[in-house]
Design a binder for this molecule. Structure first.
Ligand code: TYD
Ligand code: MG
Length: 453
């Protein structure tokens, strides 16, 4: 039995179907995302676009499955290889998301251009061949084996890919593709899902590495996010500050490697340049200590990174004082303010609180807790932290300071960059003395505040 064409509504955020329009999606809870979709509702259970081919495969014992090592080739860009978990994997589908203008097209074009033996096919649905060529020339190197197609019909893209048989296929962007077999404009969830599933099947069948460029909506999520993220093997996000030339590529899902690995780049006149030692580029060096600033050593992926946390507290005249967190989870900030109040007597309910991680970096680890707390208190007291201090540590709800992984490595990094003091969890304190570093080990938030002046 196949589907009947009757009006249905589909959530543009998660792809859930609903028989009636509603203001909120019942599945993912997003508001105003349901739109009428012309896609027929399939009733035979073989949902379209999930990548099922309809062929049957036998059940096998797990032990009988032949295990082969993933064959990896370099993308030509070391930092990109790093986030991918060591290079390109045959048949892998990688989604690269990010704000417009952040450098997605540049990165992929550059990778195809410099990758010596990558036979690449670059499909652009947004820019003309002229524009892409112009950019490639600006980047300096145009690989002889780099082929270009401007097309938005997925069937035509696949036809070209069959003929060209590239090793790497780049789709820029997945939101511009549409399939002839479906009604509905490009960019809708059903179109995204159909186009992506055709490309995923192609990748698996031919062993081609496929990059899908995905746009991020104003709310900061990939349009049609859940749908695409489930279908691909790897999800990379491009992050960075408008004002800064530094860009970070972060893996948030990777079937072929570790997540939370970072690749760091700087945008230059001639494209993206790798930053192989990014440890202190996000650090603002102040001639003198300033109130509301704390330097922390975070560890993203396999590398330690020194970053500055800034806080500003200002008397509020609002009934609900503002709590603004940039580069960090606002809920975490609210929690830290509550802990500071209950366990250290720091009153901030009459203050607007702004916290910012310098350089447009996002910090997801709890090791930033102590730095945030100290920056907040430093701003409130209008007193800088002792000069040359780094901090890290997680803060618990009962006011305890908990250890974080890789303590020794973080301390070594701080020493390397000339920091002479460290305020860290007791359990992270090194056994012996560390040359050039005065370590203050603490167990409770209140102790940390006392120790930081
Ligand atoms: P782009 O790759 O087009 O971004 P996306 O595909 O994510 O939308 O990046 C474009 C931006 O990068 C644009 O604002 C100009 C800048 N840029 C440079 O500074 N140097 C360069 O060599 C290139 C190619 C772009
Ligand atoms: Mg682009």
């Amino acid at each position: 039995m196949t589907g009947r064409a009757r009006p249905s509504f589909q959530c543009q955020a998660c792809g859930a179907l609903a028989p009636k329009w509603a203001g909120q999606c019942g599945d993912c809870g997003a508001w105003n995302t349901l739109t009428e979709s012309a896609a027929p509702l399939l009733v035979d259970g073989r949902a379209r676009g999930l990548g099922y081919s309809g062929e049957t495969t036998p059940v096998v014992g797990l032990a009988e499955v032949e295990v082969r090592d993933e064959v990896r080739t370099s993308s030509g860009i070391g930092e990109l290889d790093r986030v991918l978990g060591g290079g390109l994997v045959k048949g892998a589908v990688v989604l690269l998301g990010g704000d417009p203008g952040i450098g997605k097209s540049t990165l992929l074009l550059q990778s195809l251009a410099v990758g010596r033996e990558t036979r690449g096919l670059y499909v652009s649905g947004e820019e003309s061949a002229q524009q892409v060529a112009l950019r490639a020339h600006r980047l300096g190197s145009v690989g002889q084996d780099l082929r270009l197609l401007t097309e938005t019909r997925v069937e035509r893209v696949l036809e070209a890919a069959e003929n060209e048989a590239p090793r790497v296929l780049v789709i820029d962007s997945i939101q511009t593709l549409y399939s002839e077999s479906l009604a509905g404009a490009p960019g809708t969830v059903s179109q995204l899902r159909e186009s992506a599933s055709q490309l995923v099947r192609y990748a698996k069948r031919t062993g081609t590495t496929v990059f899908l460029v995905g746009h991020v909506t104003k709310e900061g999520i990939l349009a049609g996010p859940r749908v695409l993220e489930h279908m691909v093997d790897t999800v990379l996000y491009f992050e960075g500050d408008e004002g800064s030339r530094y860009r970070i590529v972060r893996a948030v899902k990777n079937r072929y490697g570790a997540v939370h690995e970072l690749g760091v780049f700087a945008m230059t006149e001639s494209g993206l340049r790798e930053v192989p030692n990014p440890s202190s580029i996000f650090l603002q060096r102040h001639a003198q200590g300033v109130p509301g600033s704390a330097v922390m050593v975070t560890r993203e992926g396999t590398r330690p990174l020194l970053i500055e946390v800034q806080a500003l507290l200002d008397e509020s005249h609002l009934a609900n004082p503002r709590r603004v967190a940039v580069g960090l989870d606002p809920n975490r900030l609210a929690m830290l303010l509550a802990v500071l109040h209950r366990h250290a007597g720091v009153v901030s309910y009459d203050q607007d609180v702004f916290v910012n991680i310098v350089g447009g970096v996002r910090v997801n680890e709890t090791g930033a807790d102590l730095a945030v707390a100290l920056a907040v208190v430093s701003s409130l007291r209008n007193r800088p932290l002792p000069e040359g201090t780094v901090v890290f540590g997680e803060i618990g709800l009962s006011g305890e300071v908990r250890p974080v992984p890789h303590g020794p490595e973080r301390l070594r990094e701080a020493v390397k960059h000339g920091f002479g003091r460290a305020l860290i969890p007791r359990a992270n304190a090194p056994r012996g003395a560390v040359k050039g570093l005065e370590v203050t080990a603490i167990e409770r938030v209140a102790e940390a505040l006392a120790a930081s002046g």
